[in-house]
Design a protein around this ligand. Sequence first.
Ligand SMILES: [Zn+2]
Ligand SMILES: [Zn+2]
Length: 308
Amino acid sequence: MGETVTGVEGSAAERTSSGEVATDLTGDSMLISFYGVRGSTPCSGPELARYGGNTACVVLEAADTEPIVFDLGTGLRYWGETQPLDGTFEATALVTHLHWDHVQGLPFFPNADRVGARFDIYAPCALHQELQTAWEEFMRPPYFPVKASDLRGDYNFRRICDAEFDVGRANIMARPVPHVGDTNGYRVSVGQTTVAYISDHQQPEDPTTVDPHVLELAQGADLLIHDAQYTPEEFAERAHWGHCTVAYAIEVAVQAEAKCLALFHHDPSHHDEMMDTLYEEAKALAESRGLKLICAREGLQVSLPATQ
Ligand SMILES: [Zn+2]
Ligand SMILES: [Zn+2]
């Protein structure tokens, strides 16, 4: 992974000589690692190199808790390079919805495709359909050479839309959020330390209002990872595509009293220089409203110290 920052305050995770981050994951601290930050479709090119072109995949690590991965976009393959291939892999995935940019990494994730490995995958889907059936439709010939049912690991597909449950020491809240089709947002708390993940969020007609489920998920979060796909001009042309502006992401964070906002789900057309400009403008707007703001990019790690 690349750069490490602290999301709110405290000391940054330390880097070992191998480049790995040696984080003191004790108590209620968390490490958040961004492996894919784009929305819609993976993209590549020198003009995108700094922020990265893989689609949504963010990993949360905490003490005495198996890894929790938000979304299974193409960034998943790069997380896989850090994970065991010997059948000992165990993790939980919180998938916001089944659009391609949130699931395309799973067929290219060999760590779970091993006898003995376990991957618990939570996602929303239509009431008339089992989640496993939806995955089997997505992952089968002629679209992909391997059928989902031929995978060797213990994949547990669980439909979820409005629930709370625990994984290790982490308490997870899932709530439906406005997008296009069934979509969840998630809130994960370890003790008093909390991350909210709302990757795809349809901005309402009145941008001073925020959906109650979104507010519930993001309330007081130490880090809110939120859709920030469009400029105002782009939103005007794509107002019903399920996303929001950078300014609306700030509005959500301010209303929810989140401590830090990470801009996320960047439009694939936004090259690095444009991202720099959007980020600078967003930081100024956020500062004027008393909000700390960062911009997600591949390789970024955010260390959240335990909340006192
Ligand atoms: Zn998306
Ligand atoms: Zn979507």
